[in-house]
Design a protein around this ligand. Structure first.
Ligand code: ZN
Ligand code: ZN
Ligand code: FE
Length: 742
């Protein structure tokens, strides 16, 4: 019989997802000999046998791959039959060989994955040897990024190396037909990690109203009974978190449906292996304590994503539990026993285990807008899966990201590894985590930067980090304007390369002219941008304080509109505005929302970022008014007529709800009017929407169809957040293009 031998290299997310057993099974079914092994660039296969079967194998290979796998490329080559390794040629079996560890190209890592259906079934099967075992997993599910210590992904380079496999686990691990074949974190009650205290006691404490700290996948959660108002209030008080909504874990989709009205897309996201927190509309009457998400029409729900969470939810009889990051206020989430002191005075009871968390990773947060995912925080379950650039970066670039909601990113060829959520770099602990996690990613991806990118803001901790390293290592360093990065991030997601109309509406970012930007219309490709229009700049009295005390912005806009504030809260601030003392200029869209929120007496100061704008959105109850306020589009957008009209309505005693709806309508009209003007001037009809303001679902839902009706192609974020969590991707896209043309 004529035999054929072919070598196949598969690249993509193919390690740690059960790919080798899949290949093994496939080869056996087609009666082929050969081998499969992980190597630094992905999975390497050689098959030998009947040419017809070889062809069938190759056809089927991408089609039935394990669900967690993502194949990018399959390269095939002929192999000299007599050139095959003797050990393999001598018998006609199919083998799984040990990983090769040489070579620089690194495989793509998978993110942590929520417990699969099979593992869940075993967990509750009294006959199974893993019955009730909190650390069960398989090739399809379990920890990945959070336990990785090196590459390639093998048990000895994870925090599971500390646990010696028992004979039963070893047998499963080595049996190619077993669904735990080479599941690196494989474990059982005999040999694997253990809880350090009783889950029952923990459950009793939580059900009696206490606050628990629970070690999970990427860190500690603070847990309390989500149906008990006193318990939730106690947690708020101790965590110094006045009003920011808490996420809630429910037992299953039925539990979620009891608390919220879910679309199919939302149900699918909740139960996907990524298991993010999904922001969904609350039901009016539910068990949920009001203090979970005060005044908020939405609630962030998530399903159990580890066996430990499944057991916990079972033991509390699926009662909804608040599950919030184990930290004080906005510090990074605690992930090591050594740091538990930080939760002292917050948690009454602690439940830990002895599987070390190597990478601290917060829960991801997402929502569905117009049927598509709108990510708010891309972290556990997503990071560090790569995002692909349309064109390979000419150098290995490290982008330091922004200042708030920081993520950093590494570009290696066409792949961008966007980090998990690091947090606000004001916090020393967050900055330490930033440095440590950059070092870890460099090690994991065998990545040595050849260039740095950072925000234009000279005082961001991330900027200083990038500059210092670039100087020390003698490498190029590129400063990138904040809103250019926002727009470029969204362009990169969609692989756009021609110039677009980029709308960046957000809080603040350092502008090229030294003022503070945030209501920007840019004509841009990656290489450069032109500030084509923007909201009229007003003063920001007291600088950063104006972002927290929204009444300052109300005064600023009133003075700008020529309205003398009657009985102002602070004549000193009015003076600051008029004289321009400690009152830098800003065109921020976020601050305009803040001002209106204060003008209608909704919120004069905030306790978390974006609160005033969110409450303004909630007040609308999902509806715009048919009527909007006047404004003038010129070189910039004159908001003075808008402010005068809002103030007139306030004085006339109009319902705040109607004013909020008219205001939202006006913002949509501004976006339409400016885009029309820019289309005329530049002949561009692609509009890219970015910036934190587009986390506002009502605004996004209204703007997209409004622009589409006018014939624009509208692009918005689906992969990275529109907020500053997406900045690092934009920095990569721009730096990559700029480095290409020098
Ligand atoms: Zn599983
Ligand atoms: Zn075992
Ligand atoms: Fe921003």
């Amino acid at each position: 019989m004529i035999e054929e031998r072919r070598s196949v290299t598969v690249r993509g997310i193919v390690q740690g997802v059960g790919f080798r057993p899949y290949v093994y099974g496939l080869a056996r079914r087609h009666a082929l000999a050969g081998f499969v092994r992980n190597d630094p660039s992905g999975v390497r296969i050689e098959i030998e046998g009947d040419p017809l079967e070889v062809r069938r194998f190759l056809e089927e290979l991408p089609r039935n791959a394990p669900p967690a796998a993502r194949i990018l490329t399959i390269e095939e080559a002929d192999v000299e039959l007599n050139g095959a390794p003797a050990a393999v040629r001598s018998d006609k079996g199919f083998h799984i060989l040990r990983s090769a560890t040489s070579g620089r190209t690194r495989p793509l890592f998978v993110a942590d994955r929520g417990t699969c259906e099979e593992c869940r079934r075993e967990l509750f099967d009294p006959e199974d040897r893993r019955f009730g075992y909190p650390f069960s997993n398989c090739t399809q599910c379990g920890p990945r990024l959070t336990i990785i210590e090196g590459a390639p992904y093998d048990r000895e380079r994870t925090t599971m190396a500390a646990f010696e496999m028992c004979p039963s686990c070893r047998a499963e691990y080595e049996d190619p037909s077993d669904r735990r074949f080479h599941a690196q974190p494989i474990a059982c009650p005999e040999c694997g990690p253990r809880l350090d205290a009783s889950l029952d006691d923990f459950v009793d404490a939580v059900l009696s109203g206490k606050v628990g700290a629970l070690k999970g996948l990427g860190g500690y959660h603070l847990v309390c009974d989500g149906t008990s108002e006193p318990a939730v209030l106690r947690l708020r008080e101790r965590k110094a978190r006045d009003e920011k909504p808490f996420a809630v874990m429910v037992g299953d989709l039925d539990g979620a449906t009891a608390l919220a009205r879910l679309s199919d897309r939302e149900r699918a996201l909740l139960s996907s292996p990524r298991r993010p927190i999904v922001l969904v509309p609350k039901r009016d009457r539910s068990l949920l304590a009001p203090a979970v998400a005060p005044g908020n029409p939405n609630v962030g729900l998530l399903l159990p994503y580890t066996p430990l969470h499944l057991l916990l939810m079972e033991k509390v009889a699926a009662r909804p539990l608040v599950m919030t990051s184990g930290n004080r206020s906005d510090e990074p989430i605690v992930h090591r026993e050594d740091d538990l002191a930080q939760l002292e005075g917050i948690a009454d009871v602690v439940l830990s285990h002895n599987r070390r968390i190597r990478v601290r990773c917060d829960d991801s947060v997402t929502r569905v807008v117009l049927g598509e995912e709108l990510p708010l925080r891309r972290s556990r379950g997503y990071a560090p899966e790569p995002i692909h650039l349309a064109r390979a970066a000419p150098k290995r670039i490290l982008a330091a990201g922004g200042h708030l909601k920081n993520t950093f990113a590494l570009a290696d060829g066409e792949r961008v590894f966007l980090s998990h959520h690091i947090g606000d770099l004001d916090e020393l602990r967050a900055f330490e985590a930033f440095e440590r996690d950059i070092a870890l990613y460099e090690e994991l991806f065998d990545f040595e930067p050849e260039a740095f990118a950072h925000d234009l803001h000279p005082d961001y901790a991330s900027t200083r980090y990038a500059r210092e390293r670039a100087e020390r290592e003698g490498l190029p360093c590129i400063a990138i304007q904040h809103h250019h990065a926002h727009v470029a991030a969204c362009m990169a997601e969609h692989g756009l390369d021609a110039p677009v109309i980029g709308v960046a509406f957000d809080g603040t970012g350092f502008g090229s002219d030294g003022t503070i930007w945030g209501g920007e219309f840019l004509i841009t490709d990656y290489r450069e941008f032109r500030r084509a229009s923007h909201l009229r700049a007003v003063s920001l009295p007291g600088g950063d304080r104006a972002a927290k005390e929204t009444w300052r912005m109300a005064l600023s806009y009133l003075v700008d509109a020529g309205i003398e504030p009657t009985a102002p809260r602070s004549p000193v601030v009015v003076d600051m505005i008029k004289k321009g003392v400690n009152a830098p200029l800003t065109s921020s869209a976020g601050r305009l929302f803040d001002a209106v929120s204060s003008l209608i007496d909704l919120r004069h100061r905030i306790s978390y970022e974006g609160q005033a704008a969110m409450e303004l959105e909630w007040l609308c109850g999902g509806r715009l008014s048919d009527r909007g306020y006047p404004f003038v589009v010129d070189e910039s957008v004159d908001t003075r007529p808008l402010i005068r009209a809002v103030q007139e309505d306030v004085d006339g005693g109009m319902e705040p709800t109607e004013i909020a709806r008219r205001f939202h309508r006006t913002v949509v009209s501004i976006l339409e009017a400016v885009c029309e003007r820019l289309r005329e001037a530049h002949g561009l009809s692609r509009v890219v929407l970015s910036g934190g303001v587009f986390q506002n679902a009502l605004l996004t839902e209204s703007t997209v169809p409004a622009l589409e009706r006018r014939g624009f192609d509208v692009y918005r974020h689906r992969t990275v957040p529109p907020n500053d969590g997406g900045i690092s991707l934009g920095q990569i896209a721009i730096a990559s293009e700029q480095l290409s043309c020098v």
